[in-house]
Design a binder for this molecule. Sequence first.
Ligand SMILES: NC(=O)c1ccc[n+]([C@@H]2O[C@H](COP(=O)([O-])OP(=O)(O)OC[C@H]3O[C@@H](n4cnc5c(N)ncnc54)[C@H](OP(=O)(O)O)[C@@H]3O)[C@@H](O)[C@H]2O)c1
Length: 441
Amino acid sequence: MTALNVGIIGLGNVGGGALEILRDNAASIEARLGFPLRVRAICSPSIGTTRAAAVQGLPADVIRTADWRVVVNDPEIQVIAELVGGTGVAAEIIAAAIAAGKSVVTANKALMAVRGVELWEQARAAGVSLSMEASVAGGIPIHAVLREGIAGDRIDALIGILNGTCNYILTEMERRGDSFEDVLAEAQALGYAEADPSADVDGLDARSKLALLAGLAFGTRVMPDDIHVEGIRRIRSIDFAYAHRLGHTVRLIGSAERDERGLLLSVQPALVPSDAILAHVQGAYNAVWVRGAYGQDTFYYGRGAGPTPTGVAVVSDLMRAAREIRNGGLAPASPFAHITLAEHAPRSTAEQVRRWYLRFRVTDQPGIIARLASVLAEANISIDAVLQLPGEAKDDLPFVITLEPTPAGQVAAAVAAMARLDFLVDAPLALPFESGLGTPR
Ligand SMILES: NC(=O)c1ccc[n+]([C@@H]2O[C@H](COP(=O)([O-])OP(=O)(O)OC[C@H]3O[C@@H](n4cnc5c(N)ncnc54)[C@H](OP(=O)(O)O)[C@@H]3O)[C@@H](O)[C@H]2O)c1
């Protein structure tokens, strides 16, 4: 059978990984599809000078261009992979490809989280597909799971480790007892973290991913701004020591849970029980745990990033788009299930009741616990326990108070009031306990 032509725009980490797989795994891809996928054009601004491995070894007749319009307007190309990233030119490329009647595959969580619904509507109207498996959790096929694999279930909760950089930093801090700053600097030197790490360490990347997954899992339009977000910059190695003492560890957790009043959505560092499966996710790995009303617990684990793990997701999406085109009658399952469901609107996490860990750093003096306890009592918050590990400096003395279940808003107000106390070295750190995680019902 004749080949189906694809165009790859963006030849960086993900584009390079996808090209490598399309080249090296071509025979298997053809055997599975029943026809070859042929790379007809590749594009990046530096194409004339690039010595990228991905470009080497491609047949001489592959069109090489610095202008994405050449790819999008090529009548022979039926599927475009947008692997540029960002919300600028990538949006133009996708809109132009759809308008030209081409199916689109993208890895772009930042764009899909804010404009995906609109682009999907355009794709539907044009009778083409828009797939984005690589946009969330790189090598984990979580989109396919939610869209198809467990579409028959009704999902109650989705909780994940969605940012490999943060998980690498936290698990290295835990393993070695090093500071956030030292591990971040090392991660940057190793290429695990960007020179500007904000999108990762401030939780924004995980928030875009959670917006996409929650929309798909709960059939609701979720925008990043609907999600409460806190990053990991304030986590110190001492937090692991206290968490361990409490039978927990600390991870950046993206959480979407449904209750009778709506969806509670957050990305924040949280205490995770040491025996929970998520506590064992180490390094740059990602994981997603889903609890369904019928199928109950399922767990998905894999590399969250990297050229070839993410490249597999891109190539698999290209294959699905190619299959749909060759089989005629496009009826792709929506990557945004909001269209048919829309049952659960996001609501404020201020009302979310959880147990809390409050970590203080103080200049030691008499009466500190009594003054903190009185702020908590005034806020009608009950203390569960007070913990202090031995051997810390008197001018920067850490200790921890754990709280009985309390709404997040009430805790935030009490923390703001406590932050004004003169003996504190910095504002108290409040982390929720993630309860019931991965433990069978
Ligand atoms: N890296 C990962 O592991 C990973 C995982 C999951 C998802 N993603 C997502 O995948 C996408 C790509 O990420 P990446 O890490 O591969 O980025 P990257 O390494 O920075 O590569 C971006 C590529 O886009 C090209 N490009 C820039 N402007 C362009 C334009 N106007 N027209 C055509 N090409 C253009 C760049 O070309 P030049 O080099 O010539 O400038 C480069 O080849 C992003 O949306 C990212 O969020 C990445």
